[in-house]
Design a protein around this ligand. Structure first.
Ligand code: BGC
Length: 415
């Protein structure tokens, strides 16, 4: 075996030295509470218990993780950080800068993470050159999900441009079918928004506007067209969309109450958990424009905690998370693809295979881009400023001209 597992090495050392054995402990804060998410996190829980670990679950419901992040802040401020926390994007480095994250480089080096993780993704897991988070998966955000029989009954093909999407939606609306299942929560509005930015503006525009925060891009005519499309999409949601959880919107597509949902592939986890089959009951396609791959990588950071049992728990968790067996089983349930490049996709469905192929192609083409809506691209204050404007526009009759001005101002004030 090329790399002896870090935890096995430590356990062996402890036994040789005759040290007392305490079970590895982990209190794990996460926001995986929907049907598909719960099935996926149960995989980690089981693998941890099978290796003698004692898992204390701390689920904080709320898609996108806003509530979980508030709970985390409260725990850290009270000096009682959880052992392991679902954390991602620049928030990892923000917490590291506060001096509260543990260095997990011993596990990462022992397991050779650098050899099996894509370089762009590995960078998100590093703080000052040390490994400070363990990546779980790669979710693609820019997907459209559709109810197959609704499309067939109405003679509709999966749309490849926003004009085609609008034409399909108009046809469905005229037939009395809700075209777009949506939950009116800021992060869900932003999830749609970023796919429209990518589809209408292209990969370079997405990078300039939502990653580099270039003022010209933010106030451009292209951004006005994006808000025009958001206004059109607002006309395709049902009257009860406000505040609806994302998984209930997925259920609308599953149950034939709506035709499409624009959502990351955690939605596929819901379809699968409900026994639905891709290509049979539902269809997946990149969002209109197909101009790139918006990635959202779930990861766990370990907080500095006292006690050898907890520190052992952190090492064991980190080892399991990046291990090939967890990567396969977890991602089959979660809807995402393994982050390791050496895990076979034989057991995965065609949506996952497409995700992996597109990720590779977009990586080569320079259009593999971090999701703004899912905290992969910006610091919280900056993405928060964008989300506020997107939601204010979606929930009012604000003009695209005003939205663009508001967007550029809000971003400038957040820096
Ligand atoms: C997370 C996913 C999660 C989704 C809905 C995303 O931000 O990355 O793991 O399933 O939110 O809660």
């Amino acid at each position: 075996m090329k790399h002896m597992t870090a935890f096995a090495a430590l356990s062996a050392a402890a036994l040789t030295a005759g040290a007392a054995w305490a079970e590895p402990q982990a209190e794990v804060l996460h926001w995986w509470t929907s049907g598909g998410e719960a099935k996926a996190v149960a995989v980690l829980q089981k693998q941890f218990s099978d290796r003698g670990g004692v898992w204390t679950d701390m689920p904080v419901a709320g898609g996108g993780g806003d509530a979980a992040m508030s709970a985390l802040r409260a725990r850290v401020l009270s000096g009682n950080a959880p052992t392991a926390v679902q954390l991602k994007g620049p928030a990892i480095q923000e917490w590291y800068d506060e001096g509260v994250l543990a260095d997990i480089s011993d596990v990462a080096d022992a397991q050779g993470w650098a050899d099996v993780l894509p370089a762009q993704i590995a960078e998100h897991m590093k703080c000052d050159g040390h490994w400070c988070a363990a990546p779980v998966n790669v979710h693609r955000v820019n997907w459209v999900w559709a109810n197959k029989s609704i499309l067939e009954a109405n003679g509709i093909e999966m749309p490849t441009t926003w004009d085609e999407f609008n034409a399909a939606a108009d046809k469905l609306k005229a037939a009395g079918i809700t075209p777009l299942a949506h939950g009116g929560q800021a992060w869900q509005d932003a999830t749609i928004f970023e796919t429209v930015v990518l589809g209408i503006g292209g990969a370079d525009f997405y990078q300039k506007a939502l990653v580099d925060l270039d003022p010209d891009a933010l106030s451009s005519d292209t951004m006005k067209s994006v808000f025009d499309e958001m206004r059109t999409l607002r006309g395709y949601v049902d009257d009860n969309f406000s505040g609806r959880d994302w998984n209930l919107a997925t259920a609308m597509v599953m149950n034939g109450e709506a035709a499409f949902q624009i959502m990351g592939d955690w939605a596929k986890g819901e379809f699968l958990a409900a026994g639905k089959e891709p290509g049979v009951d539902f269809v997946c396609a990149p969002t209109p424009g197909d101009a790139g791959f918006l990635y959202n990588v779930d990861s766990f950071a370990m907080f500095k905690v006292d006690g050898e049992d907890k520190q052992d728990g952190q090492k064991l968790l980190a080892e399991l998370i990046v291990g090939p067996s967890f990567q396969e089983t977890f991602n089959l349930n979660k809807g995402s693809i393994p982050v390791r490049t050496d895990v076979s996709l034989d057991k995965f469905d065609d949506c996952a295979k497409k995700s992996a192929a597109d990720m590779k192609a977009d990586g080569e083409a320079g259009s593999l881009l971090p999701s703004m809506a899912h905290g992969m691209a910006l610091h919280g204050a900056q993405s928060g400023a964008i989300l506020d404007v997107v939601t204010a526009h979606f929930n009012s009759d604000m003009s695209s001209d005003d939205a663009v001005k508001m967007l550029a101002d809000a971003v400038a004030n957040s820096m």
